[in-house]
Design a binder for this molecule. Structure first.
Ligand code: SF4
Length: 462
């Protein structure tokens, strides 16, 4: 029987989480020309840049107020005023996003108040300056992005003429996922407005003339215009759910918070919702993609049926992956997130009961806990980001890499897992990782008749 277990231990061992400013930086990267200022010590900007650059293989530009021992005692007001001025004059941004850190929150710097002072002292500065609360001792990178989105929809949208577009809040996905969502909507002739679109800034090209800001992203004007869209859909409850509710209430537009469109059922639900909100029908091309995903799942059954799987990562990702695994005939045994949300656990418990799983749902947990569980009751496949490689190596099981960060492989930022085509990618990754895992699967699939007959001869002569 499925159950929810919340970790009681106060110390995380091998955490499956990242620090909160990373989430806000990720959201700001999706706004064309926006620059992030991390109000904290230099390390609070270096760590997110380092982690993101290793995953996305792109330069990540983030400013810092470089708090020191002195500013920790006397406050970082002067540093922040100077940082905003420097960023404005040197980078010509379209928007400035100031995020707090453990340090600036602990010393109690009033960032919104300092921004108001800056605006009074510099009336010529007209770009929006947004403050986002991101102390890492409250929540994770998920909270950082969620807080950023809520701040954006509270501050920027303004009522005007209807624009005929559909607001999409993708949450924490990959650039490949955003491109896949765009492709699906194009096939339905629906014009989206993304809050926010980090697909090109985080997976850009090489240009002879380097643009002053990374190409792509949602413009500030579009964010203002998001008040005039037909409706809003959030693709993750924990990241962007609150923002969708806020937009819906503020501008009386239909809003839906859906499960992340991973797998057949969740993608069906997404497309059906888009169809209901816009009056556009699901195209034949999308129906063909659905049929191909079903075919891939049927073909995978001979390898996958009855294998146990553990999934870890960001909450909405994990829920979608668990459902896809069950659709494939796998038996999800553990689902773990470091995020603290009872609501998430209860929702996943509903999915587990609906699909008759024996699933342990580990909330606010860590990879040490998951490893202990796997040692007690082993699984055949582990699904999650690169941080799971130590468990996979120790237990001799394959790690299917998905989520963030993936730093020990190349190009995963471009891979989509959402939609029917993303589902086909995932089914392939899961089956092939299992078959690649030496003696576990692959050996039985392709027979080496010469080797086998020599081995048989050898055995007979002994
Ligand atoms: S001090 Fe806090 S905000 Fe800074 S890097 Fe560490 S966890 Fe992140």
């Amino acid at each position: 029987m499925s159950q929810i277990l919340k970790q009681k231990r106060q110390v995380a061992i091998n955490p499956a989480r990242l620090c909160a400013p990373i989430g806000a930086i990720m959201g700001a990267m999706g706004v064309h020309g926006a620059i992030s200022i991390v109000h904290g010590s230099q390390g609070c900007a270096t760590y997110p840049r380092h982690q993101m650059a290793r995953h996305f293989r792109e330069p990540i530009e983030v400013a810092t107020t470089s708090l020191t021992e002195r500013t920790t005692v006397y406050g970082g007001r002067e540093n922040l005023l100077e940082a905003i001025k420097n960023v404005y004059t040197r980078c010509h941004p379209s928007m400035i996003v100031v995020m707090s850190t453990c340090l600036s929150e602990t010393i109690g710097d009033d960032i919104p108040g300092i921004i108001l002072d800056f605006e009074e002292l510099n009336p010529d500065v007209e770009v929006p300056i947004i403050s986002v609360k991101t102390p890492s001792y409250v929540g994770t990178h998920i909270t950082g992005l969620d807080n950023f989105l809520t701040e954006i929809v509270t501050r920027l949208p303004e009522k005007g003429e209807a624009n005929g577009r559909l607001n999409i809040i993708p949450g924490w996905v990959s650039p490949g996922d955003i491109r896949e969502i765009k492709a699906m909507l194009r096939k339905m002739e629906v014009a989206p407005l993304f809050l926010t679109d980090y697909s090109d800034p985080l997976d850009g090209g090489v240009y002879l003339q380097k643009p002053p800001h990374p190409k792509g992203g949602t413009s500030v004007e579009e964010l203002i215009d998001s008040a005039n869209s037909t409706g809003v859909i959030a693709l993750q409850r924990q990241v962007g759910g609150k923002a969708a509710e806020t937009l819906g209430k503020r501008f009386e537009m239909p809003s839906e918070i859906l499960p992340m469109p991973i797998g057949v059922e969740n993608t069906d639900r997404f497309l059906q919702t888009v169809s209901e909100m816009t009056g556009k029908s699901v195209s034949e091309e999308l129906e063909d993609e659905r049929a191909r995903l079903l075919d891939a799942i049927v073909d995978a059954h001979m390898f996958m049926t009855g294998l146990k799987v553990a999934v870890f990562g960001d909450p909405d990702n994990v829920s979608g992956l668990v459902r896809l695994c069950a659709e494939m005939g796998l038996e999800p045994r553990y689902a773990l997130t470091s995020f603290d949300s009872e609501e998430w656990g209860i929702e996943l418990l509903g999915v587990a009961e609906e699909m008759n799983m024996d699933l342990e749902i580990l909330v606010k947990s860590d990879l040490h806990e998951l490893h202990e569980k796997i040692k007690e009751d082993p699984v055949d496949i582990l699904i999650g980001n690169s941080k799971g490689k130590f468990i996979a190596e120790k237990e001799g099981i394959p790690l299917v890499r998905t989520g963030f960060p993936i730093e020990d492989r190349f190009g995963y930022q471009r891979m989509a897992v959402v939609g029917y085509r993303g589902g086909i990618n995932l089914v392939g990754e899961i089956v092939n990782s299992y078959l690649d895992n030496g003696t576990k699967g692959g050996k039985d699939v392709v027979s080496n008749t010469l080797l086998e007959s020599l081995e048989a001869e050898d055995a007979g002569s002994r």
